[in-house]
Write a protein that binds this ligand. Structure first.
Ligand SMILES: *Cc1c(COP(=O)(O)O)cnc(C)c1O
Length: 402
């Protein structure tokens, strides 16, 4: 009889957003009038449309697909077209990270690569994840039967966990700017993680999905801005938040040529080679029109248009942060991130605060407890809404808590 992967039974039962949806549905059914006023500041999805240059590039590419001479089928390598890898490489160079086109693989987004990358690592690794964290890191490791240990991100360390030299980790997940806490690692802090990884023969999987939101100078846009990182880190990035590609799907993963590990027989193994082998067997690349759209993001006009959208969200983040300041609520994020991670007032727990906002002012956020044990008592608001809805939600919050 067929056997199942019973690791799935070890996953936490109620995925955060399912529970949130359930509570909203129950409230809406019992309070249909109030429910019309709901403002959603929970799910981390963008709302601004794609930049016009991106749409034009995709339309042009679609037209090419309809003509015999310019039609394209399978891409040779599935690693991404050179035009896009070159554009990403130049983008990295623009903020001081030396990443060559042959170290980049184009993907359909960061989530798949974050989840799939563990295929190239063996079993028995000590996997370290910061708590709280984006759920994919933990879930994908549990599905593969790996044990996960946690580095605590807390109010005391500004929700930016640092390495503990008494703990030996092999695989380390870092996300900066962080989802859900909006906190960031500055260059000195990232250097500490890189040094720790080099000392322990560990590999860092660095999720840079929010790099485009960074505004402060000492916060690196890439882990490869840090010396030594090319010998110990993989970076996973995405156009989802940078350019509104959540529904278009395109990302990229960088595995440096210097990242070489030893197998059990003592032979050198280039990590990029086995990732290429894995992707070659299980992934056939990103569609040509989407890659042309992605290429347009990195043109000067594309950068200008995408930055306008990011500035729109940053203005919302500023309004939320200002409201928290006025109400004396502690928070992280909002500066280099579309997320504000705030401490629930009056020592409420995350879900009670969620219910209070839902039922008393019809504002939906995300309970911090859903991202790990250190998230309890904390709450995430996102800046991805409209100016109008964000301002209205903040007025209601002031009315509730003042
Ligand atoms: C949104 C997000 C991503 C992007 O995922 P895609 O699959 O590229 O849409 C990656 N990591 C984190 C932490 C995110 O919040």
């Amino acid at each position: 009889m067929v056997k199942l992967n019973e690791n799935f039974g070890k996953l936490k039962k109620n995925y955060l957003f399912i529970e949130i949806a359930k509570r909203i549905k129950a409230y809406s059914e019992s309070h249909p009038e109030e429910a019309k006023k709901l403002i959603r500041m929970g799910i981390g999805d963008v709302t601004r449309p794609l930049a016009p240059v991106v749409v034009e590039a995709m339309q042009k590419a679609c037209a090419e697909m309809g003509v015999r001479e310019t039609f394209r089928g399978y891409e040779d390598s599935g690693a991404g077209y050179d035009f896009l890898k070159d554009a990403v490489s130049n983008y990295y160079k623009s903020f001081g990270a030396d990443v060559s086109a042959d170290e980049i693989r184009i993907s359909d987004g960061a989530k798949s690569d974050c989840g799939n990358i563990i295929d190239i690592f063996g079993s028995g690794n000590t996997v370290l994840v910061t708590d709280p964290a984006y759920p994919v890191y933990v879930d994908s490791n549990i599905m593969n039967g790996n044990d996960v240990i946690y580095a605590d991100s807390t109010e005391e360390n500004g929700f930016a966990a640092m390495p503990d030299r008494n703990v030996k980790a092999d695989l380390i997940y870092l996300c900066s700017p962080n989802n859900p806490t909006g906190s960031v690692y500055n260059k000195a802090q990232l250097k500490e993680w890189v040094d720790y990884a080099l000392e322990n023969g560990a590999v860092i999987i660095y999720d840079a999905a929010y790099e485009a939101f960074i505004t402060e100078n000492d916060v690196p846009r890439s882990i490869f801005c840090v010396e030594g990182a090319k010998m110990c880190a993989i970076e996973i990035c995405s156009l989802s938040k940078t350019a509104g590609f959540t529904g278009t799907r395109c990302g990229y993963t960088v595995i440096p040529n210097e990242l070489i590990l030893k197998d059990s027989a003592g032979s050198d193994v280039k990590l990029a080679d086995i990732w290429a082998r894995r992707q070659g067997s299980k992934f056939n690349g990103v569609s040509y029109p989407v890659q042309r759209g992605a290429e347009a993001v990195f043109t000067p006009e594309g950068q200008k248009q995408c930055k306008e959208n990011i500035a729109y969200y940053q203005e919302n983040a500023r309004v939320i942060a200002k409201t928290c300041d006025e109400l004396g609520i502690k928070y992280t994020g909002g500066v280099n991130s579309p997320y504000i991670w705030l401490k629930c007032p009056n020592d409420m727990n995350s879900w009670d605060f969620f219910d209070k906002l839902l039922t008393e002012i019809q504002v939906v956020g995300t309970p911090g407890a859903g991202f790990g044990k250190n998230g309890d008592g904390w709450f995430r608001l996102t800046a991805f809404g409209t100016h109008e809805a964000t301002a209205e939600a903040m007025e209601r919050l002031k009315g509730l808590l003042k």
